[in-house]
Design a protein around this ligand. Sequence first.
Ligand code: SF4
Length: 319
Amino acid sequence: MAMMTWMRRSSRYFLAVVVLTFIASLAYFGATQDRSSPTVVATINGEDVSAAAYDRAYRAAVEQYRQILRDRFSEELLRSLRVQDQVLERLVSERLMAQRAQAEGITNFSLFCNHVTIIPAIRAILDSPDLRLDGFVGPGHVSTVIGLRPYRFIAGDYRKPVVVSGFEPLDVLQGVYMILRQLRDGRSEVENQYSRVVREEGNPLALRAIAETMELRTTFEWRGLGFISQSALKLRDEFADWDAEVRYEIPGVRVADPKACQCGEVLKGVIKPWECKVFGTACTPDHPIGTCMVSSEGACAAYFNYGRHAGRRRAETAA
Ligand code: SF4
């Protein structure tokens, strides 16, 4: 289990290894596009990629784009994203990796994919009837990869300002200031405070690597929010030989939030972190009870470390 825990924490680095393996493989092996046979779209070191496999992969990719882009989806956008080329390159890359791993007898690595997609979670929060949030500070690190476009529905459909911000104190302050300015002016737009790092289109190389190696899970359980459909990623079937979920019996452990934890309400703005009964007493960054206290950027951890209310809560409890 220690190994699995380490792998879970390190899954992003495993992905990097896989992607690097793709690139390295291209240096060793060759692939040709077969235009002579309508049933074969490419031949890699004598191994065919069938037109049927290509069609399945293409339809799945189009469906994935349809779900992500929703009302912005169009055939023209598909063409501009070169989805046909992307799918073919992915199929070739997968074969190259499988051949390379087989040739070198590599069987001693597995990936346990636990990546989540934040947009469905934000949509679930926005759809909550008790929502009490006026705007969103968009996460700078995530946005470095996904860009600004995925947030447009928040400003367009829900009329809430979004400002993607960095993590330095001045970044956060300026991000909050930009949200307040939008609220004052009656605007709801997606603005980029972190423009020194985040680009409108995100990181196309990283997005492509994700699309090539992963696909959406049907559903995923978020602590504090429950099950949200298509809100996480898993490895594509083509990587089953290295997928820890396929290779090993991974117990479906569910970690329910303790009853005392009000992380869901904190995330929706219904209560402030210090209003939780166990804030700063039973729940601290050293002994977190809920997810909002686990990582330093979690709302409860930030309030505990920097908020003036942390002291007040402690004083109330001590009295
Ligand atoms: S203080 Fe701890 S228990 Fe309370 S909402 Fe925050 S994370 Fe949950």
